[in-house]
Design a protein around this ligand. Structure first.
Ligand SMILES: [Fe+2]
Ligand SMILES: [Fe+2]
Length: 138
């Protein structure tokens, strides 16, 4: 299992942990559960992205357009995939879920991380500190 992505902004880290949990559930659910699981993912993505878009709209966050455009593109894809899954095309649903899992680390590491740093600088005048637990080697 991959290490969770931690950016040092508690609300963002919580929503990302929820997203990763939903993604891992979606990755192993049955075909019968896929539509329901996809719906849960879409509901999550709508509020997750709205929260970040709202933070970005509160100031002059530099890469705001690029970040919000990625959110919009993901939601657009989800809205195209959902009716196909509802019609029984589970392959495209699983492919979308896999693509989300591949997309997220780079999005979080570059765009969400920049947003977390910017928010912390605005609020506290400092970058967030993130401590990673070391992996013991013997
Ligand atoms: Fe995010
Ligand atoms: Fe984001």
């Amino acid at each position: 299992m991959n290490q969770p992505i931690v950016l040092g902004h508690a609300e963002m880290d919580d929503v990302h942990a929820e997203f990763e949990e939903l993604l891992s559930t979606a990755g192993v659910c049955s075909d019968q559960e896929l539509l329901c699981t996809l719906d849960a993912l879409i509901v999550h993505l709508e509020s997750h992205f709205a929260m970040e878009d709202n933070w970005m709209s509160g100031g002059d966050f530099p890469p705001r357009d690029c970040h919000a455009a990625e959110h919009a593109a993901v939601l657009r894809s989800a809205s195209e995939v959902r009716p196909l899954v509802a019609a029984g095309n589970f392959v495209i649903g699983r492919s979308f879920i896999r693509a989300l899992g591949e997309w997220f680390p780079a999005h979080a590491t570059h765009l969400d991380s920049a947003l977390a740093t910017w928010i912390c600088k605005q609020r506290l005048g400092a970058k967030p500190l993130v401590f990673h637990r070391g992996v013991a080697t013997h």
